[in-house]
Write a protein that binds this ligand. Structure first.
Ligand SMILES: C=CC1=C(C)c2cc3[nH]c(cc4nc(cc5[nH]c(cc1n2)c(C)c5CCC(=O)O)C(CCC(=O)O)=C4C)c(C)c3C=C
Ligand SMILES: [Fe+2]
Ligand SMILES: [Fe+2]
Length: 308
């Protein structure tokens, strides 16, 4: 049966090749929510300088994960599975910095006869740099075409937090031997000082996850929050993941990437390759990285719960 209701998953996008990496970086650094320079001409010039400086070295990282970010195929799988398992809605995806872009997907949804939509940014915690940016981008092209409901965050969702705990515990036999690090994508400190709730929500979510672990009687050596992916010279949220890892020489560490729903270059390259290398050099014994929820059955159940 044809439906006129849609779930629209919003995510960042990622490079499928070097040209798309240039597109990703150019769109990202021209985004006023990322580079908060008000004058658009100055922002454009600064963006172009950053992109030219960053492109080649950033591409080397993508070469180490097969010349492409996993974010696109994994989001496509998630869309497919939603379409198989959530029959009352048709599910679409829109990316912020690489195709499929908002404009073309909105045209497609109109052609498909969609009238009501639920916008679900694939960011558990709200940030101006991610959630707000994607929502503004959608609304710019939407022109009052749909009845819209927005999910602003879902870091408190019980089903979601259960799947995170399950993934962590699936990876280890004896948690008393492991230091658990929730690794979050960093943000410039000044964005948080200007009222971005991302850090507060991250801390609240970790409290909920700690309670769940406690209820299961699971006692880690330590549970910590650290920030990865710093870019540029500004002060970013601390502690950095690298600083955090220095505490655990001769010990075991398990990392859960708490900002992401779908694995991407920050998990597959940065956590799994770059920080693994750093961990080895620091003398960390075992270093494990958990998978994001991706297109798991558990996450489909979470989506059903979020939209109900
Ligand atoms: C320069 C500022 C950046 C801010 C602020 C920022 C916030 C932010 N990003 C994510 C999620 C992802 N970021 C990814 C890549 C990426 N991020 C930045 C910069 C900022 N991010 C850059 C320059 C890049 C590209 C890679 C690099 O050159 O280092 C990705 C991966 C996309 C992929 O290709 O797979 C994700 C996902 C969040 C959640 C966030 C704030 C909360
Ligand atoms: Fe980022
Ligand atoms: Fe990074």
């Amino acid at each position: 049966m044809q439906t006129n209701r849609a779930i629209v998953l919003l995510n960042m996008g990622g490079a499928r090749n070097k040209n798309e990496l240039k597109m990703f970086l150019t769109n990202m650094f021209n985004d006023e929510n990322i580079l908060t320079i008000k004058n658009s001409l100055i922002r454009k010039i600064v963006a172009s300088v950053i992109v030219n400086k960053r492109l080649d070295s950033a591409w080397e990282n993508y070469e180490k994960i097969g010349n492409s970010s996993p974010i696109n195929p994994l989001t496509e799988k998630l869309v497919e599975k939603c379409n198989e398992q959530i029959k009352d809605f048709k599910t679409y995806q829109i990316m912020r910095y690489t195709p499929p872009f908002a404009n073309e997907v909105i045209q497609k949804m109109k052609k498909d006869g969609i009238e009501e939509i639920i916008l679900l940014p694939l960011y558990p915690q709200y940030s101006t740099t991610t959630t707000k940016s994607s929502l503004e981008d959608f609304l710019k092209y939407e022109k009052n075409s749909f009845k819209i409901k927005v999910i602003y965050d879902f870091y408190k969702n019980d089903s979601f937090n259960n799947s995170i705990v399950n993934e962590i515990l699936r990876n280890i036999d004896d948690e008393t031997n492991y230091n658990l690090i929730f690794s979050a994508h960093g943000l410039p400190q000044k964005i948080v000082d200007n009222g971005d709730p991302y850090q507060r929500q991250m801390i609240e979510q970790i409290e909920l996850l700690k309670q769940k672990l406690e209820e299961k009687g699971k006692v880690f050596k330590s549970i910590n929050l650290a920030y990865q992916s710093k870019v540029g010279p500004l002060k970013w949220l601390e502690p950095s993941l690298e600083e955090m890892l220095k505490n655990f020489k001769d010990e075991n560490v398990i990392i859960y990437p708490l900002s992401f729903i779908v694995d991407n270059s920050e998990t597959d390259f940065e956590l799994d390759i770059e920080y693994r290398h750093i961990a080895q050099n620091l003398g960390i014994k075992d270093y494990k990285v958990c998978r994001c929820v991706n297109d798991s059955d558990e996450f489909i159940e979470t989506i059903k719960d979020i939209i109900k």
